[in-house]
Design a protein around this ligand. Structure first.
Ligand code: ADP
Length: 507
């Protein structure tokens, strides 16, 4: 049978941690033998000394406050969990990072504090390495996002040129077989543009550079835009699309919320072969619910958690459809930026429901009704009246391709590559011109500056189309709305360009 009393005594003397007890006057009244290994003091020499001898001088006043506070409110706890710089001082004056656990007890009405102290040089080194590795990974991730953003942005220019050249080819091709090939090429270009847009969106969102631009958004207006966008698609797929009317006005970022709902609705239509898609909106006591319900192919239960990952696509019955697996990653990031939550429930072969929950604080009671977004409705009517076009675009390839395409469409067009060219090209405007400008021009002026300056000089509200590879960024620079204008995202869909010209020229 072991001698427990003897074991206790040895444990106290040679415990793995140095043990020190201080009284209510902060004097050391007990120190075990391990203290020598750690601090270089013989235990007996420490008795009666102020606790501060074990603390580096520069930290002593803070340390005294801490011990007093602990005495007032004692509990068994780690000392200075938040103070990563907890240091102890050896007899020879050197210092070491210390991990200290405290507990307290009373003897005859007096409070004592016991401290178990260890040298945590090694574990601190490891945690510093971990923090450094984490920061490095963060940096690499930001660099990746920046690279993606830059690459996808710069790829837009040549893609824009290719798209316009393709449009020109289609216009002049006579042979049915050649036309068919060009149309296939056109589909491939559209796919590439979709991928670029999604890459740019996700990299901007993930890099943390997207700040929501809040405004009052009347949901009926936003829903109207979505209806205009998706009704033709649903009709083409013989699906019924119902989008609720809602009198709610929200304080939100209109473009981000549009982007979120656009992706969810787009998926609902894409992954539904028969039946219907409904967008419901319901005000609950502390949340606004927007639910998109489809009668589509559904998502297997075990895959739902993964569909918000980048590039993840469920391969159900070979049902991968046009898409790159970034839509829901964008939805996830937009919801994060806006502070909304998203829940997906689904049953294979029955359908999917995506619920977006918006905190009630975002709902504006008594809002004055008004739209902040300018819906651009597509129309198929042919261009009735051909205004003279003036193009300012600093990328040679894009400028030539745009000119060629618009000439083939029957327009008279003149162009320049710098902001200042507009004065020459529109020296004597007659009020029948449409200005097409790139937003990012070489030099200090943006396309918006060009529009404003020529309008101020000519005293005419010359209609303008502003094209940008990063439309959200361009729109953010707008301090006040630009009247008689359209903003188009590069690579521009050529039908949209023609519609914009037509709408501006025939108001
Ligand atoms: P994708 O570009 O492939 O549509 P998303 O990120 O938008 O990428 O969606 C990821 C995957 O989630 C899709 O590939 C699809 O398998 C699945 N999914 C998303 N929405 C639906 C839906 N409404 N019905 C069925 N499957 C869906």
């Amino acid at each position: 049978m072991e001698n427990i009393a003897e074991i206790n005594q040895h444990l106290l003397r040679f415990s793995p941690d140095a043990l020190i007890v201080v009284n209510d006057r902060h004097q050391i009244c007990f120190a075990n033998e391990t203290t020598f290994e750690l601090f270089g003091y013989v235990a007996a020499d420490l008795i009666g000394q102020p606790l501060e001898v074990l603390v580096p001088e520069r930290l002593r006043s803070r340390h005294g406050d801490y011990v007093s506070a602990f005495m007032r409110n004692p509990s068994n706890r780690e000392m200075g969990v938040r103070a990563a710089d907890l240091m102890a001082r050896r007899q020879d004056g050197t210092e070491f990072p210390a991990g200290i656990r405290l507990s307290s007890f009373n003897v005859k009405g007096r409070t004592y504090v016991a401290a178990a102290i260890r040298d945590i040089t090694e574990s601190r080194r490891i945690s510093e390495q971990l923090i450094a590795a984490h920061e490095e990974a963060d940096r690499a991730n930001r660099a990746k996002s920046r690279f993606l953003a830059t690459a996808s942005h710069d790829l837009r220019q040549p893609l824009q040129a290719v798209r316009l050249l393709n449009g020109s080819l289609l216009k002049i091709a006579q042979d049915a077989e050649v036309k068919d090939l060009i149309e296939q090429q056109s589909d491939a270009i559209d796919g590439m543009a979709r991928l670029l847009n999604a890459l740019l969106d996700i990299s901007r969102l993930e890099s943390g550079s997207v700040e929501p631009q809040h405004a009052q958004v009347y949901l009926n207006d936003l829903f109207g835009e979505l209806r205009a966008e998706f009704e033709p698609v649903a009709r083409a797929r013989e699906l019924q699309l119902h989008i609720d009317h809602s009198e709610v006005t929200l304080r939100t970022d209109p473009m981000l919320l549009h982007q979120l709902l656009e992706n969810v609705l787009g998926n609902a239509i894409k992954y539904t072969d028969t039946g219907r898609i409904d967008l419901h909106c319901e005000m609950k006591p502390d949340e606004l619910f927007i639910a998109v319900v489809d009668s589509g192919i559904g998502i297997p239960e075990d895959k739902i958690a993964r569909i918000f990952d980048e590039y993840y696509q469920v391969d159900i019955h070979g049902a991968r459809r046009a898409g790159v697996g970034l839509g829901l990653a964008i939805v996830r990031e937009v919801a994060r930026v806006l502070g909304y939550s998203i829940k997906v429930t689904s049953q294979v072969g029955v359908g999917t429901q995506v619920v977006i929950r918006i905190p009630a604080q975002a709902v504006i009671a008594d809002a004055t009704r008004g739209s902040v977004t300018a819906p651009m409705e597509a129309s198929n009517t042919a261009v009735e009246h051909r205004p003279r076009l003036v193009l300012i675009e600093d990328n040679d390839g894009v400028r030539r391709a745009t000119e060629l395409f618009l000439q083939l469409e029957g327009f008279e067009i003149s162009s320049g590559s710098a902001a200042a060219d507009v004065d020459r090209l529109l020296e004597k405007p007659c009020g029948d011109e449409v200005l097409i400008v790139d937003f990012h021009l070489d030099g200090a002026n943006t396309g918006i500056d060009v529009v404003r300056s020529i309008r101020a000089r000519s005293q005419l509200e010359i209609p303008a189309i502003v094209m940008s590879g990063d439309l959200p960024a361009a729109l953010r620079t707008l301090k006040e709305p630009l009247a008689r204008s359209r903003f188009l995202s590069k690579p521009v869909v050529i039908g949209d360009l023609l519609v914009a010209i037509q709408e501006l020229a025939n108001p």
